[in-house]
Ligand binder design. Structure first.
Ligand SMILES: [Zn+2]
Length: 127
């Protein structure tokens, strides 16, 4: 997985920050959906690698119930997902989905949803 993530870093479109991120959403039947960060001159129009991977999987017909894990590699070590991504995790990941965060050497830490998103905003908050 690390080697694939490293290869995908090359596809990052990050001319403004030069901060590259790749991500891979893996389903329960081990299909992989990769994403990279895509920046924009209008910074708010940028999208993170994690959300590209998730939306790519959804676009291809995957269901959130089939999401198993997500892997994240940044061009700096131990890149943690931003809180917009964590909100997206809360929308599409159940408590069993694991989040793997790599350093630039290929070592990783594994997090649970509860660790990264302990108090998610969800459908129950707007009903
Ligand atoms: Zn993000």
């Amino acid at each position: 997985m690390f080697e694939e993530l490293k290869e995908y870093l090359k596809n990052s479109y990050s001319p403004y920050s030069n901060f590259k991120v790749s991500s891979c959403l893996v389903t329960k039947n081990n299909k992989k959906y990769f994403g990279v960060n895509v920046e924009n001159a209008s910074y708010g129009a940028s999208i993170c690698a994690e959300r590209v991977a998730i939306t790519k999987a959804l676009s291809e017909g995957e269901k959130k119930e089939d999401f198993k894990e997500i892997h994240i590699l940044g061009s700096t070590s131990n890149t943690m997902p931003c809180f917009i991504c964590r909100q997206t995790f809360a929308e599409f990941f159940d408590e069993n989905v694991k989040i793997y965060i790599y350093d630039t050497e290929g070592n990783y830490e594994k997090y649970s949803m509860n660790e990264l998103c302990p108090y998610p905003f969800s459908l129950g908050d707007i009903l």
